[in-house]
Write a protein that binds this ligand. Structure first.
Ligand code: GDP
Length: 680
């Protein structure tokens, strides 16, 4: 098994490459061009329109004796959470670069993410048929900009329109593709005289670099002894899997060149689940560290990385099995939801069909039908052998929009559809505001929400009107306080009695809201404590400054009292809410705003204009670097100041800049600005 992702910046040719892989592995019989909007992986209509891939679906194909599961990763930074989620379940990746654009800012972002998850990878330099493409420049950039120890294992045969095939530096042969049958046939021949010298030079370089990681190879290399192809392959495989080395390949996916060899390289150099260390986790109660080896005999454990709604089979839960075996029809335990779930059906998803399978083995990536409560990031395990696998971290949504049904008919459908979208995507949230009667949807950026709204119309056939995008502010306290909440009504008949005392203090960044109970000796009976927590959580949804959600507060239930007859869940819930809201009033609340991490790359002549403009947006510039003849400005900026930045930067640089932006953290809004927001 190879569980791989194909990652790239937008337009490098990821979709085309995936498409060709599926074609050559025999799963699809017609090559769908991305340009015509028929590519097999991108089945959602709005992806086809925009030409970008949004969701991570897993597709299985076979090459030689390997089953390759391709987890499709989105390329746009607004979907960073999706990229990270899929990286988590991958064992290896193919990074596609454009032979003209080379290492672009977004390639760096995905590369750094892959580094964080220690994903072994191979590089594929694509589009070598295009005018202006240069394999050797991109090779250099991979080394310099990405700092990757790497070396080509292939060279292009010819350049631009003359790009005919590939020189294999292991076999020392050249491969020419037959144009007429979409590259299915190719001829292997001796390397042409023109390229011999270059090929020898790069083979030498490859061996020299590889021998750094392999003593046996080093020994042979320094003594100028003949090295066999098998020996090179073994060294390459080991160094790649250990994260030490990146083999570089080349081709032109659109022209059907280099794909078969890329598939060989996936099998030869990327790890199988057996090459990966055991997955770590912990016991949900004892917190004892546990691990699971990729072995069918180990207790079952799996991680859900995607939930999708399929028009035919309904809710599909994609997960990776880390250990053990799962049979269809059996029960598994969802540790995060504390629920038993029945697997009605197990499916392997191919590009053009769904295959029903009886069991999923350790290392597999499959989809299940029948799981009702499982959402992205949940651990599934055997009831007898509990384990929580590391949680996937999702950033807080930073941008919101009001949404309302366009007509009465849409009203009910809107709620249901938003729920489904929320289940699929943990970075998308839906909230109903009781006071204003408004429904608010929140996400990671303007494009993120735009795409979800399009899906509503197309996929769910719901028409909705949306408001302008707004910053998702939060509130928090700055001081430790003790606060009392009483909900007591005792005038005749059965009354109400709830009384709680809370200690509230500022918590660390990104902790959200923490509730703890330190009640001893039954001053409040145990059964009422969940109701207090519920009340606190409810009150935290509306802060006291301007009604924004409250984050990063620790609320500890320390005291209270109860009444034998009059106390109830409801009374304690109310008391909890009252205490929390009172605490907010005493705790010197401040307004918090999302800060974005940004990078702008542009020709250096615009430096004055770009930096001047950034300075007027409350930005903190952290570095200005030179990259070839471009300037790279990095820093932090409040999201509120960056709406519509795409248009501004376009006009400032005559369209020659690229920029990326992703949520970084929340920080306090300066008080003069906060006053305006609160007062509005
Ligand atoms: P993605 O955004 O990374 O998924 O990229 P796509 O696969 O959608 O490709 C972007 C554009 O580049 C499309 O117009 C493709 O037809 C084109 N393209 C992809 N691969 C090649 C190639 O090898 N050569 C040329 N000339 N164009 C290519």
């Amino acid at each position: 098994i190879r569980n791989i992702g194909i990652i790239a910046h937008i337009d490098a040719g990821k979709t085309t490459t995936t498409e060709r892989i599926l074609y050559y592995t025999g799963k699809i019989y017609r090559i769908g061009e991305v340009d015509e909007g028929t590519a097999t992986m991108d089945w959602m209509p709005e992806e086809q329109e925009r030409g970008i891939t949004i969701t991570a679906a897993a597709t299985t194909c076979k090459w030689r004796d390997c089953m390759i599961n391709i987890i499709d990763t989105p390329g746009h930074v607004d979907f960073t959470a999706e990229v990270e989620r899929s990286l988590k379940v991958l064992d290896g990746a193919v990074v596609v670069f454009c032979g003209v654009g080379g290492v672009e800012p977004q390639s760096e972002t995905v590369w750094r993410q892959a580094d964080r998850y220690r994903v072994p990878r191979i590089a594929f330099i694509n589009k070598l048929d295009r005018v202006g493409s240069d394999f050797f420049i991109v090779v250099e950039e991979i080394e310099k900009k990405l700092g990757a120890k790497s070396s080509p294992i292939q060279l292009p045969l010819g350049k631009e329109a003359d790009f005919k095939g590939i020189i294999d530096l292991l076999e020392m042969k050249q491969v020419r593709f037959q144009e007429e049958d979409l590259g299915s046939t190719f001829f292997t021949e001796e390397i042409s005289e023109t390229y011999k010298e270059e090929a020898l030079k790069f083979r030498h370089l490859l061996l020299e670099r590889l021998s750094e990681f392999d003593e046996h190879l080093m020994e042979k290399f320094v003594h100028n002894k003949e090295v066999s192809i098998l020996e090179i392959k073994k060294a390459l495989r080991e160094a790649t899997i250990k994260h030490q080395f990146v083999p570089i390949l080349c081709g032109a996916a659109l022209r059907n060149k280099g794909i078969q060899m890329l598939l060989d390289a996936i099998c030869d150099y990327l790890p199988s689940p057996l090459d990966i260390p055991a997955i770590e986790g912990e016991h949900p109660e004892t917190k004892e560290k546990l691990s699971r080896r990729p072995d069918d005999k180990e207790p079952f454990s799996a991680l859900c990385f995607k939930v999708m709604t399929d028009p035919y089979v309904g809710r599909l839960t994609y997960f990776r099995v880390y250990s053990g075996v799962l049979r269809s029809g059996s029960y598994i335990f969802n540790i995060n939801k504390d629920k038993k779930e029945r697997v009605a059906k197990l499916l392997r998803m191919h590009a053009n069909k769904q295959e029903i399978i009886k069991e999923a083995l350790a290392g597999d990536i499959v989809a299940a039908v029948g799981l009702k409560d499982t959402t992205t990031g949940d651990t599934l395990c055997a009831k007898e052998e509990l384990i929580v696998l590391e949680q996937v971290h999702f950033p807080e949504p930073v941008i919101s929009m009001a949404i309302e049904p366009a007509s009465k008919i849409d009203q009910e459908k809107l709620g249901l559809s938003l729920n489904k979208l929320q289940e699929e995507d943990p970075t998308f949230t839906v909230k109903y505001n009781q006071e204003t009667g408004q429904t608010l949807i929140s996400g990671m950026g303007e494009l993120h929400l735009e795409i979800l709204i399009e899906r509503l119309t197309r996929e769910f056939k719901v028409n909705a009107n949306v408001g302008r995008p707004e910053v998702a502010y939060k509130e928090t306290i700055t001081k430790e306080v003790r606060t009392v909440g009483k909900f007591i009504q005792q005038t005749g008949g059965r009354g109400q009695y709830g009384h709680v005392v809370l200690e509230m203090r500022p918590a660390e960044r990104r902790t959200g809201l923490i509730f703890k109970s330190k009640i001893a000796g039954g001053v409040i009976p145990k059964e009422f404590i969940p109701a207090v927590e519920e009340g606190v959580l409810l009150a935290s949804k509306n802060g006291v400054l301007a009604g924004y959600p409250v984050i990063d507060v620790e609320a500890i239930l320390v005291d209270g009292s109860y009444h034998e007859v009059d106390s109830s869940d409801l009374a304690f819930k109310m008391a909890g809410s009252i205490a929390f809201t009172e605490g907010l009033k005493k705790g010197f609340c401040v307004l918090m705003e999302p800060i974005m991490d940004f990078e702008v790359v542009f020709p250096e002549e615009y430096i004055g204009d770009v930096v001047g403009d950034l300075n007027s947006r409350r930005c903190k510039i952290s570095s200005i670097l030179q990259r070839a003849n471009a300037k790279v400005v990095r820093g932090y900026a409040p999201l509120a100041e960056m709406f519509g930045y795409a248009t501004v930067i376009r006009s400032l640089t005559k369209g020659r800049a690229t920029y990326t932006m992703e949520p970084s953290h929340y920080s306090e809004v300066p008080s003069d600005i906060a006053l305006k927001i609160i007062g509005k």
